[in-house]
Design a protein. Structure first.
Length: 368
């Protein structure tokens, strides 16, 4: 049975009548740039998360960039983050003239190792940027403790983690700012690019609202050099509809992940990632560490079963970050993970038959 890695079209079909009706009203409104649809979604997402402010921006990348910029990160500063993540988590730091300082990951969750962060902080450290990888929350208790002791702000990269909770509280709400992506494949995905910054800091919210429209707090009166980084109003209209279903979709994906864990636990060659107590992931990806990964990928793909590697090379050994002077072996946990991780199909409309097909194919490969 063919099984795609993700199926955003199936998600659309499940709520097509609501999406189509809402978009028809949006098009009829003529309010295509910022305006009531963006404001409505910002209010809804802030209420969902339990924060004071939400600022819609053009992408998860711009959410990170504007948040760090609003906190004053710039030339000569350092920002601590993980080398095992999508490139955006670190390239925004460089674009601001600052330096990414990498810390290795936990082998069980592949999230940044909070215990190692404290020893890395120095007078140049301007922010800590943890990534809730695959939707698994980082150790936010330790990160908040470090922030409190050092005065260094935390900016959460929650691009993959809309709907995830730590100790019963949504991720993205623990730091000075939380940054979300609404790329179509995300837990809460638009039909194009989109992102948001959430915070309880009124000054930060005001600053990023200005930065997203060329640095102007009042139209045509820019106070600083900013960006064109506003959330598209049509995407906001889509997100308002989809937000109503987010909790249901998160629960369905958790059921699928639990079924994966039941089937694949004990399969020689497959090591499942940990789910530490108190962390409630809203899974963006179902990722395992596997032996003979390239052979398994070929086996799955030959049977029309989707799979992907997130991420095949840690950032510290990429060409783009060569200027940092790192070498293989500097962050061994991240490097080992990059050689072993494989993401299997996961989407909220996935059927039991599709799940069985994936598991049977993986089991057959290692038995064979």
């Amino acid at each position: 049975m063919a099984v795609p890695l993700m199926d955003v079209a199936a998600e659309y079909r499940s709520i097509a009548h609501e999406i189509d009706d809402h978009l028809s009203k949006f098009l009829d409104s003529g309010k295509y740039t910022l305006g009531p649809y963006v404001e409505r979604f910002e209010e809804e997402f802030a209420e969902y998360l339990g924060v004071e402010y939400c600022v819609g921006v053009s992408s998860g990348t711009d959410a990170l960039l504007l948040s760090l910029r609003a906190l004053g990160v710039g030339e000569g500063d350092e920002v601590i983050t993980t080398p095992f993540t999508f490139v955006a988590s670190a390239d925004v730091i460089v674009r601001l003239g600052a330096r990414p300082v990498f810390v290795d990951v936990e082998p069980g969750t592949l999230n940044v190792n909070a215990d190692a962060i404290k020893n890395t902080i120095n007078p140049k450290t301007a922010a800590i940027l943890p990534v809730h990888l695959y939707g698994m929350p980082c150790d936010l208790a330790k990160l908040r403790e470090i922030a409190s002791e050092t005065g260094v702000p935390v900016v959460e990269d929650a691009a993959q983690a809309a709907g995830s909770r730590y100790a019963g509280r949504f991720v993205g709400t623990f730091g000075e700012a939380g940054c979300f992506s609404f790329f179509p494949t995300k837990n809460l995905g638009a039909y194009g690019d989109g992102g948001a910054i959430v915070t309880d800091n009124a000054e930060l919210a005001e600053e990023v609202r200005a930065l997203r429209v060329h640095g102007a707090k009042r139209k045509n009166y820019p106070g600083v050099i900013g960006y064109k980084a506003r959330l598209d109003a049509m995407q906001a209209a889509v997100l308002s509809v989809k937000l109503r279903y987010l909790n249901d979709w998160v629960l369905r994906k958790r059921d699928i992940v639990n079924a994966y864990r039941e089937r694949l636990t004990g399969v020689l060659g497959v090591t499942l990632l940990e789910e530490p107590e108190g962390r409630e992931p809203a899974y963006h990806q179902f990722t395992a560490r596997v032996e003979r990964r390239d052979e398994l990928m070929e086996h799955l793909q030959s049977r029309d079963i989707g799979c992907a590697v997130y991420y095949p090379i840690p950032l510290h050994v990429t060409e783009a970050f060569g200027f940092l002077g790192h070498k293989p072996g500097d962050f061994p946990e991240a490097e080992t993970a990059a050689a072993e991780v494989l993401s299997l199909p996961l989407f909220s409309q996935m059927t039991d038959g599709q799940l069985d097909s994936v598991c049977s194919t993986v089991e057959g490969f290692y038995r064979g």
